[in-house]
Design a protein around this ligand. Structure first.
Ligand SMILES: [Zn+2]
Length: 483
């Protein structure tokens, strides 16, 4: 038996009491910080708000999705987020302007269903068993007042990390765990209790840092007007216009679908599917990714090397039940998703055909050993399989160089990101770069009757391209109003 002296026991008791009271103090201190943060953003005006409306404009970078590998295009998003906390409804209306195309969308959440509305075609697709976060996305994380609201909702998950220092100034640091968003670390000003930074970690992108500044106080709440998001040390997004209001009068069409029609049947294949487009031509893929293959004896020439390219080729081999050699693959363009299967091919015997302008970008994405003789760079066009397949380089705003895959006997053109659809009966709506696309292929002086695409399973006709582009009118989204 261990004999502890009275003095030692007293000392231990004293120490234990100290520790317990320190913990209580720490808990009280965390609670105090949370209370101060909530009150800085409006207190009960925020926590008892029935609705929250956010109008904001931000620009984000499109790394490795620019028109050329050497430029960086920005996307501008104008959006109106309305969250009805009491009715558990939400609506996000947004216009995204990027490169050559403007998307006008409205996403609605009600009764556990998410509706994704295309405002141009006035159609929607439905996602049952959704959560409200499927619609509001990260909009609460892009706002300090949104984080203050999440702090109130998730206060039982909060732990205090102590202090953190930025530019030699000490700040409080709290971590909260929010369902659907994970662990969020908040950096809090010790005097004003405003959240000046939120950090979280992303499995692919690493640390994401969101900075808030220029706080304004309006209509009983406070919020930052400025926000910048960094992926690691690289600026990804910055907000340059923002207005927030609580308990705004909701418009009559809030979360109403009456003006929109449900889209036709989605024909996307959810299993790997081999579709014969002609005796020698096959479209192979699943989900929103397809490659085209032309079989010339035992040699196969294909286009688009999205990740999974070898699985698609093996599916073709299995389907035809014969020995085949993947002789050549065409890299349609330099966008990172369309290079994602590159390293599946670099150690095989397959030759890669790409636009000369993309040489550097392609080589910089190769992580295996690679015989440079297997990369064939072209300027304008190349004829393969004794003229049975022709490859042309066309220019659009989407990419200054795109290789399209043409089968003269079938009058079939395969392209990456322009002209595709998987929705039965979908009307194709024009956009400025579809007009560029049409002009570029008209210059080729080839006879095209139909189109196949990387991202769609339907074959579209030349007439559909004419119809979509002849009567193109820019869509003006007036629904995004200033509040
Ligand atoms: Zn692309």
């Amino acid at each position: 038996m261990i004999n502890i002296s009275r003095t030692a026991r007293n000392t231990m008791f004293y120490l234990c009491t100290m520790l317990i009271s320190f913990n209580l103090w720490a808990d009280n201190n965390t609670d105090l910080i949370i209370n101060n943060v909530i009150s800085a953003y409006g207190g009960e005006n925020l926590t008892k708000a029935k609705t929250l409306s956010i109008n904001e404009v931000f620009k984000s970078t499109m790394p490795k999705q620019s028109e050329t590998p050497d430029t960086l295009n920005l996307r501008q998003t104008t959006r109106a987020v309305v969250i009805d906390f009491t009715a558990q409804k939400a609506q996000v209306t947004q216009q995204l302007k990027q490169r050559e195309i403007t998307f006008s969308q409205r996403n609605i959440f009600k009764k556990n269903i998410a509706y994704h509305v295309n405002l141009v075609t006035k159609t929607y697709r439905k996602n049952s068993n959704a959560g409200i976060e499927n619609i509001i996305g990260h909009s609460l994380l892009l706002n300090d007042i949104g984080l203050a609201w999440l702090l109130f909702e998730n206060r039982s998950s909060v732990v205090k990390l102590g202090e953190t220092s930025i530019e030699n100034i000490a700040y409080h640091s709290l971590v909260m765990i929010v369902p659907s968003y994970g662990e969020l670390t908040l950096t809090i000003d010790k005097n004003t209790y405003f959240i000046i930074r939120m950090t979280r970690s992303h499995p692919r992108l690493g640390e994401i840092k969101t900075d808030f500044s220029q706080v304004v106080s309006r209509n009983n709440i406070s919020y930052a007007k400025n926000t910048e998001v960094f992926y690691g040390t690289t600026l990804n997004l910055f907000v340059f216009e923002r207005d927030i209001i609580i308990d705004a009068i909701l418009s009559e069409d809030f979360a109403v679908l009456d003006d929109y029609q449900q889209q036709g049947l989605d024909l996307t294949n959810h299993e790997m599917t081999v579709t014969a487009l002609s005796e020698n031509t096959y479209l192979v893929g699943k989900g929103h990714v397809n490659s085209i293959f032309y079989v010339d004896g035992i040699n196969v020439i294909g286009a688009d090397i999205y990740a999974g390219i070898m699985t698609r080729f093996l599916a073709l081999k299995k389907h035809l039940n014969k020995e085949l050699v993947l002789d050549k693959m065409i890299i349609t363009h330099h966008h990172i998703d369309h290079l994602s299967g590159l390293n599946e091919l670099t150690q095989t015997t397959t030759k890669l055909i790409a636009a000369r302008a993309h040489n550097k970008e392609i080589l910089s994405n190769i992580t295996t050993e690679f015989d440079l003789n297997k990369l064939i760079l072209i300027n304008d066009s190349i004829s393969l399989a004794r003229g049975k397949v022709k490859i042309y380089d066309i220019a659009t705003a989407h990419a200054a160089h795109n290789l399209v895959f043409y089968i003269p006997t079938e009058k079939l053109l395969f392209t990456a990101d322009y002209f595709h659809s998987s929705i039965k009966g979908e009307q194709i709506i024009g956009f400025p770069d579809l007009i560029n696309f049409r002009k570029s292929i008209e210059k080729l002086n080839i006879n095209i009757e139909k189109f196949a695409g990387v991202h769609g399973v339907r074959l579209l006709s030349y007439q559909q391209l004419l119809d979509a582009t002849n009567n193109y009118k820019p869509y003006n989204l007036t629904e995004i109003k200033k509040i």
